[in-house]
Design a protein around this ligand. Sequence first.
Ligand code: ZN
Ligand code: ZN
Ligand code: ZN
Length: 384
Amino acid sequence: MWLRQNDSMSSTSTPLSTSSAVYLARLHRARDSMQRAGVDALLVSVGSDLPYLTGYEAMPLERLTMLVVPREGEATLVIPGLEAPRVTAQPGVFTVRPWGETDDPVAIVAGLLPRPAVAAIGDTMWARFLVELLGHWPSATTGFVRSTTVMNDLRMCKDAAEIAALHAAGAAVDRIAAQLQAGEIPLVGRTEAEVSAELSRRILAEGHDVVNFAIVAAGENAASPHHHPGSRVIRQGEIVLCDFGGTMNGYCSDITRCVHTGPVPADIAEAYAVLHAAHAAGVAAGVVGAACHDVDRAARRVITDAGFGQYFIHRTGHGIGMEAHEDPYMVEGNALPIAAGHAFSVEPGIYLPGKWGMRLEDIVVATADGPLAMNAANHSLVVL
Ligand code: ZN
Ligand code: ZN
Ligand code: ZN
């Protein structure tokens, strides 16, 4: 669960610094994928596929930036001339084709390739560029598919450098969770919004480049999974749900912990024990070869068996990486087999409308040796 405080298109963060060899290997895998999918050209514009393939994150401007990857032959980064100084040359990976203020960048892109039979278009490319491209490559001769056809398997299976980045981001939010659980972040008497602002400051202080969200929901507000922290003052004797994360070196963190101000009533303690068991079951189900929905089923079964099934009102998890939410999703109906390197959240919740809510969330990476948690903060409902 999360709310973006920054529009993702306007947030900037430094992509993971990796060597040309890494980008070359990724482009190679993308081309293999293009071959399998019968795609002749991959066109990637703003969004996370571009830094994934090149290390360069484009400003989401009206001026076109586009990586053009033919199935064979050299990749070209078509880029506004004034942005060219921001691009680190990647000899052997791609060449840079800057364009000037009076050029037609879409014509430049179209000129790099004869009409491809099938072009894969970046999901987050602005529609205006695709519309203009259709003028050069009519749909009668060029078939268009989503770039996920080519990129999804690559993006889902994190390599060692990506897992290290997720681990570092996870460790950073773990430290904030520990600060919360140690009572170092005052709660009672402050508004949710004030605590959210403090969490955001700490997300940056612990090394993130961007704050993506910092949900703080007290008492009955915690029953709304996407609660927007507001003027509600946190009181003694209630649950406080905190779900926060950011982007560090291009990779995202996302953690949820609940604390209780004052002694925990028996009904909440009982429900939390169920939640904790559901979380453990969900994590344990996240093994290579299991289906994504097995993670959801494992967590949901525990909650349903305890009689809270109707109060677990969302999927169990989402993939995470360069995006806070990305494939694969841990949701009923997603039979995709979990593969080594898949990174995803396990975040069951129980929400009693008008009363309270609770959620417990860690990021997990599936490995050949079993699920590997990116978070290690205390799972208990800590009493403050
Ligand atoms: Zn979350
Ligand atoms: Zn999440
Ligand atoms: Zn646990």
